[in-house]
Design a protein around this ligand. Structure first.
Ligand SMILES: [Zn+2]
Ligand SMILES: [Zn+2]
Length: 387
């Protein structure tokens, strides 16, 4: 069963919604226009319930099937937020707000889930209920966590939940997924290295913060090479090395280091945090300085449940003819992780074709993927809760 015919008919309409969202990108939790449009459309489609302001600007629509003999509820989730990027895609529906851009395709995700909601509300060819979940602030704001904390799962009795993200480089209409850890935990750190500044020609009178900070940066790589089990993945990246002086002849009083650690394994995540703190603290002490460490715990690793991954892979295969069910894990983060921590489910990638990567100024969601994405959602519901 490839694309559902109804979505071929609806393709121009859904493309119109997608391009309108693309022209009006909104960041983080400020998705007021987008959330408003989503809620308005869900009501227009005849959803049985439309709830706004879950997780601040999140929206949930409930669609009841023709029957409900088991009380089953399937959740389908899309993200709505854009990125602070100056768009260079050159498309005619380019962002009307300079410095904001739908560079991760969340405009496409929102439009596809709206399309599926319209179809499901029209046909209701299933036994149970669907919760269509539209979340804000995926890009670093933990909007998924905010919705979970607002009781998303219990309030609507969601028993299993699914997510979807476009993937540049994967052919349009194709799907890729993996069971287990798929996206990484994303923690960040800021380290203030404090010494004693002074004249660069009088090293005996200073505590050299650039020397301390350089040693810290070098030693951090031993977390990956010496502390982590070699078969477990970890990335330690120092991304910023800043001092208050750019003079040639001054040893700065402080150096600020920033960076990120990415892991899949929770024990390795804890170990890496501890090692990072120990290395920074003791290295500074060796040279007579000290550190202040701000550890910012980010998204947890996103882990696909085994049974639901198999279900999702089967649906992907039904739509596309084949599916990559063992695609490599990604060291990037994804805040659908919070929903998967409290509810079984799976997250699948859908091909965006040969386009710029996500978060690139030339990226654009591929509208040709819409029928496959919508069909995946609809087929998933009809298969999981057969009428
Ligand atoms: Zn993104
Ligand atoms: Zn994204």
């Amino acid at each position: 069963m490839p694309i559902k015919n109804r979505f071929a008919e609806m393709h121009p309409e859904i493309t119109g919604w997608r391009r309108d969202l693309h022209e009006h990108p909104e960041l983080m939790y400020d998705t007021h226009r987008t959330s408003g449009i989503v809620a308005e459309k869900l009501r227009e489609f005849g959803c049985d319930e439309v709830v706004t302001n879950i997780g601040r600007t999140g929206v949930v629509g409930i669609i009841k099937g023709r029957t409900d003999t088991r009380g089953h509820v399937v959740g389908l989730r899309a993200d709505m937020d854009a990125l602070p990027i100056i768009e260079a895609s050159g498309v005619e529906y380019t962002s009307q707000t300079p410095g904001k851009m739908h560079a991760c395709g969340h405009d496409g995700h929102t439009a596809m889930l709206l399309g599926a909601a319209k179809y499901l509300a029209e046909t209701r060819n299933f036994d149970g209920s669907v919760a269509v979940v539209f979340q804000p602030a995926e890009e670093g704001g933990a909007g998924g966590e905010a919705m979970v904390k607002d009781g998303l799962i219990e309030r609507f009795g969601i028993k299993e939940i699914y997510g979807m993200h476009n993937s540049p480089g994967l052919a349009v209409g194709e799907f890729a997924i993996r069971s287990g850890a798929f996206y990484a935990a994303t923690d960040q750190f800021e380290i203030n290295v404090i010494g004693k500044g002074g004249h660069a020609a009088m090293p005996q009178a200073v505590v050299d913060t650039t020397l301390i900070a350089s040693n810290i940066v070098m030693s951090f790589q031993s977390i990956a090479s010496r502390n982590a089990e070699p078969i477990k993945s970890i990335v330690v990246s120092v991304t910023s090395f800043r001092t208050e002086s750019d003079a040639f002849n001054v040893i700065p009083e402080t150096v600020v280091l920033r960076g990120t650690i990415r892991t899949f394994d929770p024990d390795l995540r804890t170990l890496a945090e501890q090692r990072l703190k120990d290395i920074a603290t003791h290295t500074a002490a060796v040279y007579g300085g000290r550190v202040e460490i701000n550890w910012m715990r980010g998204y947890p690793a996103m882990v696909n449940a085994e049974a639901e991954t198999d279900i999702a892979a089967d649906i992907g295969k039904k739509i596309a003819g084949s599916v990559d069910a063992d695609t490599p894990p990604i060291m990037g983060g994804e805040d659908f992780a919070y929903m998967l921590e409290v509810c079984p489910g799976a997250y699948i990638q859908i091909g965006n074709g040969d386009t710029a990567e996500v978060h690139h100024p030339e990226y654009d969601f591929n509208d040709e993927a819409i029928p496959a994405g919508c069909s995946y959602w609809a087929e998933l519901v009809e298969t999981r809760m057969p009428a």
